[in-house]
Design a protein around this ligand. Structure first.
Ligand code: GDP
Ligand code: MN
Length: 396
């Protein structure tokens, strides 16, 4: 589950990670009030107005702007709230901005230069260990850094038995070229950041930039935080932070029905049981010259009610030109699934796209007979290849 920047920062701060402070505003007036309050609390003269949407690269899209007085705060907040923000990480339509974070300006001049770093905490799936990735090249596109100057990205793996050790935090501060106060600040920053990652059950932290201020403080200016969905049951306070407006509408609906659905760009809807078979089915569709419109695992109990719910979800995507149902009858018998498909079809009245059903496993013959004799516009297939050929035929 992804969070907004302001929510991520709230979590970081609760673990003692220093952050650029800010207050959320939903309209221009609230933004001005927030700016006044921040000035009173932090002494900041300027403010940064930051669009709160689930997408990075907001600065590039005009979603992060500096305001030098209250009039500018009002103008910029008024302009950003309600806009459709298009960034390199959103779709072409962009994302509607419902709220902004009014933040203190932390790039103030002082005794030393400001410096932007990159830091993320994530799981290395290869070794099964958490790692901290960091770079001197912060503030910019990290993918670009990885591409052109990979030697400027460092990683530090953490042994789960010992946790992050003090020498590792010092190594990171050293590799980032820090000394004196900033060095000490960075070791504290890294230690509290790692603690926050582990204790919040996160699956990813990305702090870009981590800023060294001109008076040698180290703080998170941005925060991209993802909480592990499987841990939300025991992290209720984070589960409540979910903003459904930021998520794919069809995926949210499917999730509520207990269906494992991921929206994709193609034209062939898939209804499958089991994630492995679902992936094989998507490959098959590609080989047949189609593109999968979705990943959908209906799970073990593919009864009429679930099949109907799955049909409805798949058909919400207007790009769907055909539906391929590929179910393996192991514990669930194929004839029962076939009856489920027929009942669901009848309940729905008309379905305006061709449907190809491949049922394999227990009672597959009976299932084919049921489909073929149903009088409905549903084609049956027994072999995988046969199903692919039929998909190809209906697409051309
Ligand atoms: P992103 O573009 O979505 O990654 O949003 P960020 O939160 O990273 O902000 C984008 C950029 O805005 C940062 O890289 C900074 O260069 C700039 N920025 C953020 N906060 C401040 C600030 O307090 N003062 C100034 N002058 N610039 C800031
Ligand atoms: Mn950023």
């Amino acid at each position: 589950m992804n969070l907004h920047e302001y929510q991520g920062k709230e979590i970081l701060a609760s673990f003692g990670v220093r952050i650029q402070r800010g207050i959320v505003a939903h309209n221009a007036k609230e933004a001005v009030d927030a700016a006044k309050q921040l000035t009173a609390e932090t002494g900041t003269g300027w403010h940064v107005i930051k669009a709160q949407v689930h997408a990075g690269g907001r600065g590039k899209g005009g979603g992060v702007k500096l305001a030098k007085n209250l009039k500018e705060v009002e103008e910029i907040a008024g302009q950003i709230i309600g806009m459709n923000l298009i960034t390199p990480q959103t779709s072409a339509e962009g994302k509607k901005v419902h709220q902004v974070l009014v933040a203190e300006d932390v790039y103030y001049p002082g005794a030393s230069e400001t410096n932007e770093f990159y830091m993320s905490v994530l799981l290395n799936r290869g070794t099964g260990r958490n790692m901290i990735m960091y770079s001197t090249e912060g503030g910019m596109d990290i993918e670009e850094v990885a591409e052109s100057t990979p030697h400027l990205i460092f990683t530090e793996e953490i042994d789960p038995a010992t946790g992050l050790l003090p020498f590792q935090a010092r190594k990171i501060a050293f590799n980032l070229g820090l000394s004196g106060t900033a060095f000490k600040e960075m070791t504290k920053f890294v230690a509290s950041l790692y603690k926050a990652y582990v204790e919040s059950d996160s699956s990813m932290f990305e702090i870009n930039p981590v800023l060294k201020t001109s008076d040698d403080k180290i703080m998170a200016v941005d925060a991209k935080v993802s909480i592990d969905d499987n841990a939300l049951y025991r992290r209720k306070q984070y589960a409540e932070m979910r903003d459904l407006r930021e998520e794919n509408g069809i995926e949210v609906e499917a999730g509520a029905l207990g269906l494992n659905y991921v929206d994709l760009d193609g034209n062939v809807g898939c209804m499958v049981n089991g994630a492995g078979l679902a992936m094989a089915t998507m490959d098959l569709i590609k080989q047949a010259g189609g593109e999968p419109a979705n990943f959908l695992d209906v799970g073990g109990t593919a009864d009429a009610a679930r099949v109907e719910a799955a049909f409805k979800i798949i058909l919400k995507d207007p790009a769907v030109k055909a539906i391929l149902i590929n179910i393996f009858g192991g514990i669930v018998r194929c004839d029962r699934v076939a009856q489920g498909v027929i009942d669901a079809y009848k309940n729905m009245g008309t379905i305006n796209v061709p449907i190809i059903v491949r049922l394999q496993g227990t009672n597959a013959d009976l299932a084919k007979e049921l489909i073929d004799n149903s009088g409905l516009d549903v084609q049956s297939a027994v072999q995988f290849q046969e199903a692919a050929d039929k998909v190809k035929a209906v697409l051309s």
